[in-house]
Design a protein around this ligand. Structure first.
Ligand SMILES: NC(=O)c1ccc[n+]([C@@H]2O[C@H](COP(=O)([O-])OP(=O)(O)OC[C@H]3O[C@@H](n4cnc5c(N)ncnc54)[C@H](O)[C@@H]3O)[C@@H](O)[C@H]2O)c1
Length: 307
């Protein structure tokens, strides 16, 4: 029995690494003290001036809105996306960025290209000698009955929605450890990681999002404690949105007649969300305002999963 168990356990070294003991490595000092913050500046806990962030899937849609939230509060934000050029919406956001002290940058980068992703993230961190956080929003959806799924389709969706998030997070964590930046990561999961969606057959997308929620808990355990050498102190959380009006969902409406009306009636607000309605949550998670939050999942779904 014991030998079977060890044969199924894979680790990179001779002895399996264990996560740091939080009690011996407490995450203290990641936010300025109350005395330093209060009365100096309005809502100083949310201020991101001088901080550097990466947002995958930032060419459009939800990723772009969340990137803009970080820019509006002073962050230098790099949007990574597989598209050669971002949407026109992105160009407008970049023009607005000039007025608020932050900056918005674009890099074409597919999250499936692990080596390229690693190099892009390393170059950004090296340029600024810091990296303070990541929002992993790149994702794809496919509507397909379970019995018709091909192995290739499952592999592609998981490769982007799950492995892409994991590789983004680990590439960023390597840089944050290198520069001893205590920071925060936010993975864009979905309420579909916890429920099946009425009227939409998407078993693989939904399970990829469940995997992302579970990944966040595990990375939070590994990276939240601050080690004796000053590395660590990276909080990891998820946002699980309900249905949002983005290009991804508008495509779903074209594919499934009547779906929009069905979804609008399925939450307590009687409507779908705008991408801008998640900006506050992203800013909260990436800033000092959430300094005691890690391993959690913020569900923001207009009450969809609450009844
Ligand atoms: N729209 C919703 O209702 C909804 C709800 C819950 C969660 N989400 C999640 O929010 C995130 C953003 O989705 P959206 O609705 O804005 O969709 P979207 O299609 O408008 O945006 C997704 C972005 O990810 C990029 N992308 C896809 N594959 C990529 C890859 N391999 N490498 C790099 N970039 C890649 C796309 O080019 C696009 O810019 C996704 O993770 C999605 O699953 C969306």
């Amino acid at each position: 029995m014991a030998s079977k168990q060890s044969a199924n356990t894979e680790s990179r070294g001779h002895t399996a690494p264990v996560p740091p003991e939080p009690h011996e490595n407490p995450t203290v000092g990641i936010a300025p003290s109350r005395e330093e913050n209060i009365g100096q500046k309005r809502l100083a806990d949310f201020d991101l001036e001088g901080r550097v962030f990466i947002v995958t899937g930032g060419a459009r849609g939800l990723g772009l809105s969340l990137a803009e939230a970080l820019v509006e509060t002073g962050g230098k934000v790099y949007c990574l996306d597989r598209e050669e050029r971002p949407d026109e919406d992105w160009n407008e956001a970049a023009r607005r960025a000039e007025r608020c002290g932050g900056s918005l940058h674009y890099c074409q980068q597919d999250v499936q290209d692990t080596e390229g992703l690693d190099k892009t993230i390393e170059a950004i961190a090296d340029k600024h000698q810091q990296l303070d956080g990541v929002i992993a929003a790149a994702g794809v959806q496919q509507i397909c009955p379970a019995m018709k799924y091909t192995h290739e389709d499952i592999t592609r969706i998981m490769d982007i929605n799950y492995t892409g998030v994991m590789m983004t997070a680990s590439a960023a964590a390597r840089q944050m450890f290198k520069y001893k930046c205590h920071g925060s990561m936010c993975f864009i999961a979905s309420m579909s990681g916890q429920v099946a969606n009425k009227g939409l057959i998407s078993p693989v997308y939904n399970s990829s999002k469940a995997a992302v929620i579970q990944l966040a808990r595990n990375l939070a355990m590994e990276w939240s404690p601050i080690r004796k050498d000053g590395t660590g102190g990276i909080r990891v959380n998820c946002i699980s949105p309900g249905h949002i009006l983005t290009p991804m969902v508008l495509k779903n409406f074209e594919e499934v007649p009547g779906l929009r009306e069905k979804w609008e009636a399925a939450n307590m607000m009687g409507r779908l969300a705008e991408t801008t309605e998640f900006k506050g949550a992203a800013l909260f998670l990436l800033s000092n305002a959430s300094s005691f939050m890690t391993g959690s999942n913020l569900i923001i779904d207009g009450g969809h999963t609450s009844w």
